[in-house]
Design a protein around this ligand. Structure first.
Ligand SMILES: *Cc1c(COP(=O)(O)O)cnc(C)c1O
Length: 378
């Protein structure tokens, strides 16, 4: 049996007619950049995320860079985030000339640890603390970070809060939607995200009208009005084709999320009856709406062998992420060494993402768990 990590063709088959209709309309209009399709999507996403405004952008990475630029963060500033995330989170901080300050994660949720955050803040000199301008909590794998303590600290120190919600559209923390809790919410429409475009794309959510205005201006080279530039922005525009496709897919998102949640529940049952409880750590649901962008298991030893074995049995898996960011070559200038963030380092060597996409069948899931059992019984 073949079980890919993700099967976008299966999803496309169910929405093909709708997609071809909206893209045909755009081809006929020959209106490709921003415009009514993007404005319509921005309205829908703002509603979905329980915020007042949204600004369509060219990618999730650009959503982060644009937010940092709109917040006026640059050289000399420090931004707190997690070392256990996709590279773009810290890459965006470095791209605007600021310095990432890493704080280790919670071992159960893989999100920023509020205890470690308190410690890190307590260990900073007054000068260091003054240069911290923002914090980027990441809602990893589709589950929100523990936002209340983060928001409290941010308010106490005057930090801007930028949520990296690239993996978490529709996820909730105490009833609040991802992207609605900070000053900025950054989302990605990369095809493998829960709400994916047919190419690159992203969006920034915000409720403060001043923040919204700044985002809109910075998205088009800082122009307001056109050809008059008070600030230097960039080209962070979303195109009409991607916006129209994402708007169609948004109608199906809650159904797809329910499918992922059902699959997660089925994995839990399968793992429980397979008697693997002491060998395989399952995702810990801390927050009340986990949207399962990934279903990530943890094994003490042999993760890479397990991945290779499953690959031989036709099962796609992935490691998100094998090298924590403080150990990436490009950040060697920060002076970190192995051992600095042990929880992230352990996660990087022990976690494995299994197929969880909504179209996955019960038979495929049973096969995945059977093969994991077979691996441990070799
Ligand atoms: C995907 C992702 C991004 C970047 O999104 P792109 O659209 O690929 O640029 C940023 N942060 C996290 C946590 C992501 O998963």
């Amino acid at each position: 049996m073949k079980v890919p990590l993700l099967d976008l063709k299966a999803q496309y088959r169910t929405i093909k007619d709708r997609i071809l209709d909206v893209t045909h309309e755009i081809f006929e209009s020959q209106y490709f950049i921003l415009g009514p399709q993007v404005a319509a999507l921005e309205k829908k996403i703002a509603g979905y995320c329980h915020v007042d405004h949204a600004v369509g952008v060219s990618s999730g990475t650009d959503a982060l860079i644009l937010s940092l630029m709109a917040a006026g963060i640059g050289p000399g500033d420090r931004v707190i985030s997690t070392p256990y995330t996709f590279f773009a989170t810290a890459g965006a901080i470095a791209r605007v000339g600021a310095t990432p300050v890493f704080v280790d994660i919670d071992p159960d949720s893989y999100n920023l640890s509020c205890d470690r955050l308190q410690e890190a803040v307590g260990a900073m000199t007054a000068h260091q603390l003054k240069t911290v301008k923002a914090i980027i909590p990441v809602h990893l794998y589709g589950q929100c970070a523990d936002m209340d303590p983060i928001l409290e600290l941010a308010a106490a120190h005057g930090w801007v809060v930028i949520e990296d919600a690239a993996q978490a559209i529709g996820a909730e923390y105490k009833g609040r939607r991802a992207g609605s809790m900070g000053d900025y919410g950054c989302f990605s429409f990369f095809p493998s995200k829960n709400l994916g475009a047919f190419g690159d794309g992203g969006i920034v959510t915000a409720s403060d009208p001043k923040v919204w205005e700044q985002l809109e201006i910075m998205r088009v080279h800082g122009a307001s009005p056109k050809y008059y530039h008070r600030v230097v922005g960039g080209n962070f525009r979303l195109d009409a084709l991607q916006a129209a496709i994402v708007a169609v897919k948004l109608e199906f998102l809650d159904g797809w999320t329910a499918g992922r949640q059902d699959n997660a529940a089925r994995y839990r049952e399968l793992f429980a009856s397979a008697g693997l409880a002491d060998r395989v750590g399952l995702p810990v649901e801390r927050e009340n709406r986990h949207i399962y962008n990934q279903f990530v298991i943890r094994v003490d030893t042999g993760r890479d062998d397990l991945k290779a074995y499953l690959g031989e049995q036709g099962i796609g898996t992935e490691v998100y992420y094998p090298v924590p960011l403080h150990l990436q070559a490009c950040f060697s200038g920060l002076g970190h060494a192995a051992g600095d963030f042990p929880v992230s380092e352990r996660a990087a060597s022990q976690t494995l993402a299994l197929p969880i996409y909504p179209e996955l069948t019960g038979a495929q899931q049973a096969y995945v768990v059977e093969q994991i059992v077979a691996f441990f019984n070799r």
